[in-house]
Write a protein that binds this ligand. Structure first.
Ligand code: C2E
Ligand code: CA
Ligand code: CA
Ligand code: CA
Length: 275
């Protein structure tokens, strides 16, 4: 019986998320994967509700593994963080975004592209310098999405580094607002102009009693702090309508577009312009 219980526990572990042995393999494979071009980006637009215009885009990284197929960031970002590969991966992402933004500009479109930044990197002075240097050199319009939780660890250096980004014209957005430990105390100290409400409050917006209250008060709070609000995970017209009434500034989600390849994203922007 003991053996059977253990066997069941193993099966449960294997089916839940990334099993331990898999993580080890991914850790070994990750550095080469970046160099071998197995990583690629998808883009998802954020749309301005009142202006009915594309406001910006978010770059999301994916790993096309030669034998395992497509791996989503939920399964390898923490691996990259633990393996100290997250700086290399993020700098690779930046280079790709700079190149893709040039393609978008050649189509006559011009928009800021946001990159997700792990909390770990907000304490990495070398990374901050490299990032700022490349953004200034390239003249790219870059934004960073950071979570509140990443600021709490070492607020002083995080705030200083965020200010360094802001000083070279990098836009800062607070990601996943409400999902982690809330840091209202820091919120007003951050040089962020945008607050993204986590999709956990948006997905059931029109069927829950509690979520509309949370979303509405978050929008009001952000506006009081002179920040723009983005709701992520907007999947239905009903959610969109409610968010519009609540004064939400921008929306992002499957209703508008799933994350798509750079080719599909350029087409999306061209179609939008022709409309
Ligand atoms: P996130 O920044 O909160 O990204 C939003 C996630 O929600 C994405 O998942 C996106 O595909 C998904 N999503 C977008 N619209 C909808 C919708 O309408 N409904 C639903 N159900 N989901 C939607 P994805 O691409 O799997 O990314 C997961 C997380 O991985 C991201 O969460 C982000 O924290 C992290 N990540 C992605 N790329 C990078 C990166 O380059 N660096 C770092 N450090 N983290 C990254
Ligand atoms: Ca994000
Ligand atoms: Ca988010
Ligand atoms: Ca998230």
């Amino acid at each position: 019986d003991q053996a059977r219980t253990e066997a069941h526990a193993v099966i449960r572990d294997l089916s839940a998320g990334t099993p331990a042995f898999d993580r080890l393999t991914l850790t070994r494979e990750l550095p080469d994967a970046i160099v071998n071009g197995e990583m690629f980006l998808q883009y998802q637009p954020k749309v301005h509700v009142r202006r009915q215009q594309i406001a910006s885009a978010e770059a999301l990284v994916r790993w096309q593994h030669p034998t395992r197929g497509l791996i989503l960031p939920g399964d390898f970002i923490t691996v990259a963080e633990e393996a100290r590969e997250i700086s290399a991966l993020t700098l690779w992402t930046l280079e790709k975004v700079i190149a893709d933004q040039k393609l978008i500009a050649a189509d006559g479109n011009d928009l800021t592209i946001f990159i997700n930044i792990s909390g770990q990197l907000l304490a990495d002075v070398r990374f901050v310098k490299q990032m700022c240097t490349r953004v200034v050199e390239s003249g790219a319009r870059i934004g960073l999405e950071i979570t509140e939780t990443s600021v709490i660890r070492d607020p002083e250096s995080a705030i200083a580094n965020l200010q360094a980004f802001a000083d070279v014209g990098i836009a800062i957005a607070i990601d996943d607002y409400g999902a982690g430990l809330s840091s209202l105390a820091y919120l007003k100290q951050l040089p962020a102009r945008e607050l993204k409400i986590d999709k956990m409050f948006v997905l059931q917006l029109t069927s829950s009693n509690r979520d509309p209250l949370i979303v509405r008060s978050t929008i009001d709070l952000a506006h009081a702090l002179e920040m723009e609000v983005t709701a992520e995970g907007v999947e239905t017209q009903a959610a969109m309508a409610l968010l519009s009434v609540m004064g939400c500034d921008m929306v992002q989600g499957y209703l508008i577009s799933r994350p798509v390849s750079i080719e599909a994203f350029r087409q999306f922007l061209r179609d939008d312009k022709a409309r």
